[in-house]
Design a protein around this ligand. Structure first.
Ligand code: NIG
Ligand code: FE
Length: 418
């Protein structure tokens, strides 16, 4: 989908709203795609026209006109990797890491993901929903309009289904688009201690079919890592998931090179996420199979990692790079895309344009939603944010402020005003 030159892009008839006098970074094709002195028309839930102000008909016959007063419009952020539903806190582990313990040490001692599993199992659905919906409300104020949410803090059937039911309630009640992912293979639950293969069989035989029947999750994720599951165990989960019609994606090469990425790419994964320890061979497989690289600089920062993902290799092989918050209580308690954009630039060396493409169009690519989300183009969902900034780069350059003026999702103003 591309923005047509305006001679081929006549002003449509059924326009409900026009946003006038704006500056726009469309992020189409992964570039800024800047249109100055622009207007954007919305018909129903979709963007129906984008063009220069002087191509706007004098009486566009619309119900509503919003003068953007020369402010910038960008696509809403697509946060393609979060663990937004959890109970409890891990501030104590943050203090332990400051005192020298590693993330892996804490996990091996029964903390880490397990401590959140205990709290999440104990919380009832209503409590989990209240906690998560507050996070979603905050995300809205940060310009995040699409949110992927993983389960994976249950690690038993009832709690995994409870988490996905919460994701479904968020989809019903929050303005954002929610994409739910089943992450049963996040960590080995205590009930299966030393029996990882048995837990994998439980996922394959019991959990995946039940998650399919529940009908909420569209994708299946796993954590392929020395402290989690092996490549072979990942393969078994993915085979069943694909068989059941799920998309797959992987937490891969976060703490070591387990070669999960090559496997996931070969199995058609939408994305591989983290990737600090990715080999060139793994990257080549991603390029070959069109897998998106999801960069999670929040986790890199909080875990004080030193090995950065191979961004130059991604660039050379033209692998799309998405950028996401990885919001979770352990490795990335980051509740906004703004600091993540800043970290992607300063820690991973992305340009501002690449970081913004990562949080918009490539985030949508990582979710298989790029036909609807992630850029400002006629035919796509009218999900966009009006920003009080001097240039799009301000969104990467400034921290401690989120200069959102207004958030529009599927044509509805959901937050703020111009
Ligand atoms: O993406 N790497 C595994 N999963 C999460 C962390 C989850 C947690 O620590 O609670 C991540 O970083
Ligand atoms: Fe994660």
């Amino acid at each position: 989908m591309t923005t047509l030159p305006d001679s081929c892009n006549p002003f449509p008839e059924n326009v409900d709203q026009v946003f006038t006098h704006c500056r726009m970074a469309t992020m189409a094709k992964g570039n800024y795609g800047i249109v100055e002195n622009a207007a954007l028309a919305v018909s129903g839930k979709k963007i129906s026209w984008i063009g220069p102000m002087d191509a706007l008909p004098e009486t566009p016959g619309t119900k509503k006109v919003t003068d953007c007063r020369n402010q910038w419009i960008l696509p809403g952020f697509v946060d393609c990797h979060t663990h937004l539903i959890w109970a409890g806190s891990r501030a104590n582990e943050f203090e332990m890491r400051l005192a020298g313990a590693s993330y892996a040490d804490i996990a091996k001692a029964g903390g880490g993901i397990f401590s959140t599993v205990t709290a999440t199992r104990a919380a009832d659905e209503g409590t989990l929903f209240d906690l998560a919906s507050r996070r979603m409300a905050h995300f809205l104020t940060q310009g995040i309009t699409t949110v992927e949410i993983k389960s994976g803090y249950g690690l038993d059937l009832d709690t995994e289904l409870k988490m996905l039911a919460v994701a479904d309630r968020l989809q019903q009640t929050c303005p954002q688009n929610v994409q739910a992912t089943f992450l049963g293979a996040h960590a080995l639950p205590p009930e299966f201690s030393d029996r990882a293969d048995d837990y994998i069989q439980e996922i394959i035989k019991v959990m995946l079919p039940a998650v399919k029947d529940q009908g909420i999750a569209t994708a299946v994720d796993a954590f392929c890592e020395t402290i989690a599951f092996s490549r072979e165990q990942t393969r078994q989960v993915f085979e069943k998931a694909i068989d059941l019609g799920f998309d797959v994606k992987l937490h891969a090469e976060q703490l070591s090179d387990s070669s999960g990425t090559a496997l996931a790419a070969e199995m058609g994964a939408l994305s591989c996420d983290h990737l600090e320890y990715l080999s060139t061979n793994g990257a080549e497989k991603m390029a070959e199979h069109g897998t998106v690289a999801v960069l999670l600089p929040g986790a890199f920062y909080y875990l004080k990692e030193t090995k950065v993902p191979p961004v130059d290799v991604f660039r050379r092989l033209r692998i799309p790079m998405a950028v996401a918050t990885d919001l979770n209580p352990g490795s990335s308690p980051v509740h906004s895309m703004i600091p993540v954009l800043n970290m992607a630039c300063l820690l991973f060396g992305l340009t501002c344009e690449q970081a913004l493409a990562g949080a918009t169009i490539h985030g949508a690519n990582a979710l298989g939603l790029a036909d609807r989300k992630g850029s400002l183009e006629p035919g796509k969902d009218a999900d966009f944010v009006i920003w009080d900034v001097a240039s799009p780069a301000d969104l990467c350059y400034l921290t401690g402020i989120t200069p959102v003026k207004m958030v529009v999702i599927e044509g509805r103003t959901e937050h703020g005003s111009v």
